[in-house]
Design a protein around this ligand. Structure first.
Ligand code: BTN
Length: 242
């Protein structure tokens, strides 16, 4: 499948979303910098030149939108496993799909979907991985972050890492298409950064407190609240350590 490489682009996700009707499975876009990098919840993804990985990947899900529940959690597993294969150990997951290192955010995933119910859905999976943060940029980021360079002294080969990530997305999307989230649940929970920890959920104006207890087959967050397990869907919820 085609690989679109850019020195500078607005957003690799936006690029594939614009081309979505022309795209074939496995088509990908990589850029050295983004001028309008997109984060979740309409936030900006700070994307300085030549220090990180900005990658988007296209896949058409034949079963349609309804089958896409849980996809973003599966992508989290694919990305951690790619990093592990590249020799980076100790990366965890924070629900629904942030990668954590050293208790700080290492990478983010933005899955964008397009389609009518009952028709195949176009999926663009976007991954932003902090590799080596330049000093001037750090202050523009509104949450605690970590970089892969934290785990390794020498220079990190970003091209090689990007190709490892693409291979894991190829295999993982096929697996997800066949079996859904099921084969990813245990792999997600093995890397659950918050399992057994006291957390609070911010749901609109309300705060819900409990102990994180993994995820279910739909990708909902499970919380133990006074001995009872309750499930929470992603969307407008955000989770913090309590
Ligand atoms: C998050 O908020 O955690 C998700 C961040 C996703 C960033 C990546 S960088 C490559 C791709 N293109 C974008 O515009 N966003 C995603």
């Amino acid at each position: 499948a085609p690989l679109h490489l850019f020195w500078q682009i607005d957003s690799t996700n936006a690029y594939l979303m614009k081309r979505k009707h022309l795209c074939t499975n496995g088509e990908a876009c990589l850029a050295e910098m983004q001028t309008a990098g997109r984060g979740r919840r309409g936030r900006e993804w700070v994307s300085p030149l030549a220090c990180h990985i900005y990658l988007s990947y296209f896949h058409r899900l034949e079963q349609g939108m309804a089958a896409a529940a849980g996809l973003s959690l599966a992508v989290g597993v694919m990305l951690v496993e790619a990093l592990e294969q590249a020799g980076f150990d100790g990366v965890g997951l924070k629900w629904p799909n942030d990668l954590y290192l050293d208790n700080k955010k290492l990478a983010g995933i933005l899955v964008e979907l397009n389609g009518q119910f009952g028709e195949p859905a176009e999926v663009v999976v976007g991954c932003g991985v902090n590799v080596s943060m330049p000093s001037g940029v750090a202050t523009a980021i509104d949450q605690p972050w970590q970089e892969l360079q934290f785990l390794q002294e020498g220079l990190i080969d970003r091209s090689r890492l990007a190709s490892t990530i693409l291979r894991h997305l190829d295999a993982g999307l096929t697996e997800f298409e066949h079996s859904g989230l099921a084969p990813f649940v245990v792999r997600w929970q093995q890397r659950d950064q918050f399992a057994g920890r006291a957390v609070k959920l911010l749901v609109g104006e309300n705060t819900i407190r409990g102990t994180a207890a993994g995820i279910d087959l739909q990708g909902n967050l499970l919380l133990n609240i006074d001995g009872e397990i309750k499930a929470f869907a992603a969307g407008e919820i955000s989770m913090r350590a309590d």
